[in-house]
Design a protein around this ligand. Structure first.
Ligand code: ADP
Ligand code: ZN
Ligand code: ZN
Length: 724
C-alpha cells in the first residue's frame, strides 16, 4: 500500500505532497498524522490518500516511520480540499487551521496533577512529622500533592512515598478556559416568531438561512433552541461568533444552557487550554464548538447545524495567510453534513441579503424585540446647526440634556466614538503637517498617559512635537476626539458620576475588558465610553441613553463598504439601549443629517437602506455585481517590489486583453499604507464581472504564483475587507 502524504516544510512556498510506502504492520487511514523520512531528517506529515499503486518509481519510495495519531476528521479533509480548490490555499496551510498549534508543532503536552493517598493501613511510624501526614490522609483520603507540601514537611512526605507507606496517583487535568463573566440563568419560553424560526430551521436539510432579527429580538435564544434539538438527535453543532473574547456574555449564556457539552475555541486561550478543548470535541466529550472563525474547522463529526452570528462582521474574512471567507467554508461543511447553516444579524451584509433576493439563501425575519419594547428612538442632531448656535463642544445641547436626565433617573448611558482607522493625531494648525511613522507611513497616535506619539502598527514610539518640523509653527492642534478626551470632558460635566472607558488601549487583556463590563453593569448611574468594541453583543439592563458622538467618521473612509459599515454600527450601538424595562433613546451627532444612511438607520429601515445601497453598487460596479481582487506585493526593498508589481501587472494586462469585456477595472498603485513594519507595499486592484470570473480568477492566481522572486511576497485577496 502507498500513502500520499502532505508534509510541512516551512521554507517551501510550493505544495509538498509525496508518496510513501506503508509498511505491512502499519494500518493507516486518511487523516493520520505520521512521521516520515525527508532528506536526512524525520518530519511530520498528514496522510491524505491511501492507494494500491503509486505513479512514482516504487523502488525509490521510502517507508512511513510511524503513526502519531489520527488528527484530521473526514470533514476536516473535505474542507482542506475545498480551500485548495476555492481559495488556492496550500493543503498544509489548510490542515494547520484544523489543528491546535501545539499539535502541528509536535509539542503536545498534557497537564497532570499528582495526588497522594495511603498505601497501607498500618499507620505506625516513629517520626512525628510523618505521622501527622498519615493521619491527615486517613481523614481526607486522596489529597493533591501540592496541598500537602504547603501544609507539611516535604522531606517527610518524600520519605513516606519512598518507604511505600504512601503512593502517588497522577491524573490528567483538563485545562478548561475560565469564564470571567457570570450571568443569571433565565427560563425563557420562545415567542411565536422565535418558535416559527426554530421549526423552520429544524425541518430543513442543507440550506442557508439568513436570520434577520432586530437587536434584542432573541436570535441567541433561537440558536440555543435549535442546538438543543440537534443534540437530542445525537448530532453536534458549530457556533461562530466574532472574536469571542469580546463577547463573554455569549460564552456565559452557552455555558448556562449546555454546561460541559460546549467547548470554546479561540485565540485568547492558552495553548494548553486550546488543545484540551479541541481534544474534548475530538473525543466527543463536548458536542458544541463555540468560537471565532477558525472554529469552523473544529473536529466534530455528524454536524447538525452551523451558526454564524453577526454574519456581517468583517472578522469572518481571514486576511492573513491563508486567506478565506468563513461563510463559504461553513456552507460547504453544511453541504457535506446535509444540515442547515444559519447566518444571523440585525444588519445583514449587502452581499448576503442580495443572495436572499437571488434565491440562494432563505430569509427568516424576527421583527420584534423579545421584551416587547419598541426599538429606541434615534434622534439626529445637526452639528453644523449646533456650531451656528455657538456650541463648539463635542456634545450637542440635546445630548447634554438627555444625559442629565438619564443620570437623574439613576440609569446608564453609553457613549460611542466611531474610530475605525482613526485616531487622535497631532496636526500643525498652520500648514496641516501630521507626524507619521518612519517605517509604516501611517499617522502616529497621541497617547496622553505617557505623552508620547506611537505607531499602532509597529509600536515604535516618538517624542511629542512642540514645533512643526515643516513650517516651524508652534501652534499644534491635538487631533480629533478620542475616548480619553471624551472622558475628561464628561468628568467636568458630571462630577462624581462613575465613568468607564473601553477601547484598544484599556482592554489589552481580556480580564480588564470583562472586569470593566461587569463593574459598569453593576453601577448606577454610570457612563461607559467606548469604541467599536462596545457596539455589539452586550446586554445591559439599565442603559437608557446612547450617544453617537461623531457618526460620520466611517462614512469618510475610502472603501466601498463605508456606508454599509456606518449603517451597521449605528444599528448595533443603538441596540444597546432600552433592552429591559426602561425605554431607550439614541442621540446621533452628524454633519450630514440628510444622508440616506442616517435616514434609514434612524428609522430602522433595513430594506430601504438595502434598496439604496444595492442600486449604488450596481451602477458603480462593486460587489456583489463584480468580483473584487487585490494582488498585494510586499518586500523590504522598494525596487524589487515595484519590479515584481510591474511584471505581474504586465501579465494581468495581457489577461485583460483576452477577456476585455469582463474587466471593469485594473490598476496598479501604492497601497494606502505604503510601508508597514519596514515593508514596502504595492497593490494591483481589479474588478471583474461575475459572468466569467470562475474562469478568470484561477488564471490570476496562476500568474501570481508563477512569478516568484526572493524576499518579495505576493498575496491574492478575493474581496478584501480592509484595503490598508
Ligand atoms: P439578539 O441576539 O437578537 O440581540 P438576545 O437573544 O440577546 O437577542 O435576546 C435579548 C434579550 O431578550 C435577552 O436578555 C434574552 O434573555 C431576552 N429574551 C430572548 N427571548 C426571549 C423570550 N422568548 N422571552 C423573554 N425574554 C427573551
Ligand atoms: Zn506646520
Ligand atoms: Zn510603525
Amino acid at each position: 500500500m502507498f500513502a500520499s502524504i502532505v508534509i510541512d516544510v516551512s521554507t517551501s512556498k510550493l505544495e509538498r505532497q509525496f508518496d510513501y510506502i506503508v509498511p505491512e504492520d502499519l494500518s493507516l487511514v486518511r487523516g493520520d498524522r505520521v512521521l516520515v523520512p525527508f532528506g536526512n531528517k524525520q518530519v511530520i506529515g498528514f496522510v491524505i490518500e491511501i492507494k494500491e499503486t503509486s505513479g512514482y518509481d516504487e523502488g525509490k519510495l521510502k517507508c512511513v516511520i510511524k503513526k502519531l495519531d489520527h488528527a484530521l476528521t473526514e470533514d476536516n479533509l473535505g474542507l482542506c480540499f475545498f480551500m485548495q480548490r476555492t481559495f488556492f490555499t496550500r493543503l498544509i496551510d489548510a490542515i494547520k487551521l484544523c489543528l491546535p498549534p501545539i499539535v502541528t508543532s509536535g509539542k503536545v503536552k498534557d497537564s497532570f496533577v499528582d495526588y497522594v493517598l495511603l498505601n497501607t493501613d498500618n499507620l505506625q511510624v516513629k517520626n512525628a512529622k510523618q505521622l501527622e501526614i498519615l493521619l491527615y490522609l486517613k481523614e481526607y483520603g486522596k489529597v493533591k500533592k501540592s496541598d500537602l507540601t504547603s501544609k507539611f514537611s516535604e522531606s517527610s512526605l518524600k520519605t513516606l512515598i519512598k518507604n511505600g507507606l504512601l503512593k502517588l496517583d497522577r491524573q490528567k487535568v483538563n485545562r478548561a478556559p475560565k469564564n470571567l463573566f457570570t450571568e443569571k440563568k433565565k427560563n425563557i419560553i420562545l415567542n411565536e416568531e422565535q418558535q416559527l424560526a426554530v421549526d423552520r430551521i429544524l425541518r430543513s436539510k442543507f440550506n442557508v438561512f439568513l436570520l434577520h432579527g432586530v437587536t434584542g429580538s432573541g436570535k441567541t435564544e433561537v440558536y440555543i433552541n435549535v442546538i438543543k434539538n440537534v443534540l437530542s438527535q445525537g448530532k453536534t453543532a458549530i457556533m461562530l461568533v466574532p472574536e469571542i473574547s469580546l463577547t463573554p456574555q455569549m460564552f456565559a449564556r452557552f455555558k448556562n444552557a449546555f454546561g460541559e457539552t460546549v467547548a470554546i475555541l479561540h485565540s485568547g486561550l492558552t495553548q494548553g487550554e486550546r488543545y484540551d478543548e479541541w481534544l474534548r470535541l475530538k473525543r466527543g466529550e463536548a458536542k458544541i464548538a463555540l468560537g471565532a472563525r477558525s472554529c469552523v474547522f473544529a473536529p466534530v463529526s455528524n454536524v447538525g447545524v452551523i451558526i454564524i452570528d453577526e454574519e456581517h462582521d468583517g472578522s469572518y474574512y481571514s486576511e492573513s495567510n491563508p486567506r478565506f471567507h468563513t461563510h463559504e467554508i461553513a456552507r460547504y461543511l453544511a453541504y457535506l453534513n446535509s444540515c442547515p447553516l444559519i447566518l444571523g444579524s440585525a444588519t445583514p451584509s449587502i452581499e448576503s441579503f442580495y443572495k436572499v433576493k437571488t434565491g440562494e439563501y432563505s430569509l427568516i425575519t424576527l421583527n420584534n424585540r423579545a421584551n416587547k419594547k419598541e426599538l429606541p428612538n434615534i434622534e439626529i442632531v445637526d452639528m453644523l446647526m449646533e456650531a451656528r448656535k455657538g456650541n463648539i463642544n463635542m456634545f450637542s445641547y440635546r445630548f447634554l440634556n438627555e444625559l442629565e436626565e438619564c443620570i437623574k433617573q439613576n440609569s446608564q448611558a453609553m457613549i460611542f466614538i466611531n474610530r475605525r482607522g482613526y485616531s487622535s493625531f497631532l496636526m500643525c494648525r498652520e500648514c496641516g503637517y501630521v507626524p507619521k511613522c518612519e517605517d509604516c507611513d501611517v499617522s502616529l497616535v497621541y497617547h496622553k498617559e505617557d505623552n508620547m506619539l506611537k505607531c499602532h502598527y509597529c509600536a515604535k514610539r516618538y517624542k511629542v512635537l512642540n514645533k512643526c518640523p515643516k513650517c516651524g509653527s508652534t501652534s499644534i492642534r491635538y487631533g480629533a476626539v478620542g475616548t480619553q478626551r471624551v472622558v475628561e470632558e464628561l468628568q467636568k460635566i458630571l462630577g462624581n458620576v462613575p465613568i468607564f472607558r473601553l477601547d484598544n488601549d484599556t482592554s489589552t487583556n481580556k480580564q480588564n475588558f470583562v472586569k470593566t463590563l461587569e463593574e459598569f453593569n453593576k453601577t448606577t448611574p454610570a457612563v461607559l465610553v467606548g469604541t467599536q468594541m462596545i457596539a455589539k453583543g452586550h446586554d445591559f439592563n439599565n442603559v437608557t441613553l446612547v450617544g453617537i458622538i461623531d457618526a460620520d467618521i466611517s462614512l469618510h473612509f475610502s472603501d466601498y463598504r463605508a456606508t454599509e459599515r456606518t449603517f451597521n454600527l449605528i444599528t448595533q450601538v443603538s441596540g444597546r439601549a432600552g433592552r429591559s424595562e426602561k425605554e431607550g433613546k439614541v442621540i446621533l451627532q452628524t454633519y450630514y443629517p440628510r444622508h440616506y444612511v442616517y435616514r434609514c438607520a434612524s428609522t430602522y429601515d433595513y430594506p430601504a437602506f438595502y434598496k439604496r445601497e444595492i442600486a449604488m453598487r450596481e451602477v458603480s460596479h462593486f460587489p456583489p455585481f463584480v468580483e473584487m481582487l487585490r494582488v498585494l506585493v510586499v518586500g523590504k526593498l522598494e525596487k524589487k517590489v515595484t519590479e515584481q508589481t510591474e511584471s505581474i501587472f504586465f501579465r494581468l494586462k495581457e489577461l485583460r486583453e483576452q477577456f476585455s469585456s469582463d474587466f471593469v477595472y485594473l490598476q496598479a498603485m501604492k497601497c494606502p499604507k505604503k510601508r508597514l513594519q519596514g515593508n514596502f507595499r504595492y497593490q494591483i486592484m481589479m474588478r471583474i464581472y461575475k459572468k466569467n470570473s470562475g474562469e478568470i480568477i484561477p488564471k490570476i492566481y496562476d500568474i501570481c504564483k508563477n512569478i516568484t522572486v526572493n524576499n518579495v511576497s505576493v498575496f491574492v485577496e478575493l474581496d478584501p475587507q480592509n484595503l490598508s
